[in-house]
Design a protein around this ligand. Structure first.
Ligand code: DHB
Ligand code: FE
Length: 271
């Protein structure tokens, strides 16, 4: 039995596609080019490369879906109620991997030094929307090497380099050592890159660190933090930056790293 939601989505999608074709008088040649593009997206994709997400992202689809799903409800708290103060979500992007190595708080996710990166201590408190600390929250983080590649894209990096799983202590605290992220181009040697080129757009994303934070009784949060000093912070090729997610990397106060940043996370309770 087809779900009503499925029926509605297909009916609406079909009618929008038909309108698009009528409005633009799409020709057979143009239609064949789109089929070819779709096929190439599939042919390029494997466990290491998710070209489907990349193409959706340069079209702004994933960031719109994220905003529609999570942002509106945060915007205007009911009159008299406290703002929930929930941490903003962000797109997951194409490079998440499950089961990254579990580290102890304060440990480094850098398995191999590559030229050009500055180290950074990143940590903060994970709290419930009532302000109470969450012990045992799972904090998964991942970011690129200074060459702009995630570990699975790069034969020169060990498996799971610059990825890690951390658990908050009884104060809700997590902390890890990684790198201050650098801006880099998304892979542009496929359909996503073709689209960028057709539209005269650059492929760069501002430096960012991905987070996936989950805890029992709470809705999981997928987000990213962005370096305020990055030249692409206002010009992200996949439209994912939200002001609340822009952070300042400051000089580290101890000798563990070059920079430090505190990033606290508030998770909504599950209804
Ligand atoms: C995209 C997202 C990322 O986080 C990234 O590192 C590269 C590409 C994307 O949305 O396509
Ligand atoms: Fe990323």
């Amino acid at each position: 039995k087809t779900e009503p939601r499925t029926r509605q989505l297909f009916a609406s999608m079909i009618s929008h596609i038909h309108d698009f074709i009528r409005e633009n008088k799409v020709t057979v040649d143009e239609w064949m080019l789109s089929v070819d593009l779709i096929n190439r997206i599939g042919q390029m994709s494997d466990e290491r490369r998710n070209e489907g997400i990349l193409v959706m992202d340069v079209l702004g689809v994933e960031s719109l879906v994220d905003a529609i799903t999570f942002d509106v409800e945060h915007e205007e708290p009911a009159a008299g109620a406290d703002s929930a103060g929930l941490t903003k979500s962000c797109i997951i992007g194409p490079f998440y991997r499950e089961n990254s190595p579990v580290y102890k708080n304060g440990e480094s996710i850098i398995q191999k030094e590559l030229p050009g990166g500055d180290t950074a201590v990143v940590g903060g408190y994970v709290r419930s929307s009532d302000g109470s600390p969450i012990e045992g929250a799972k904090v998964e983080v991942w970011h690129t090497a200074p060459n702009g590649l995630y570990e699975q894209q790069d034969p020169d990096q060990p498996d799971y380099n610059l990825r890690g799983t951390f658990y908050t202590d009884k104060n809700g605290f997590y902390e890890f050592i990684g790198l201050r992220p650098t801006s880099y181009p998304i892979p542009f040697d496929g359909p996503a890159g073709d689209i960028l080129q057709l539209l005269d757009r650059h492929p760069y994303r501002p430096g960012h660190i991905h987070f996936l934070v989950s805890a029992p009784g709470h809705r999981r949060l997928i987000t990213q933090i962005f370096d305020a000093r990055d030249e692409y912070v206002e010009n992200d090729s996949v439209f994912a930056v939200k002001n609340e997610l822009v952070v300042n990397f400051e000089a580290c106060k101890d000798d563990r790293a070059a920079y430090q940043v505190q990033y606290d996370v508030t998770l909504p309770s599950e209804e």
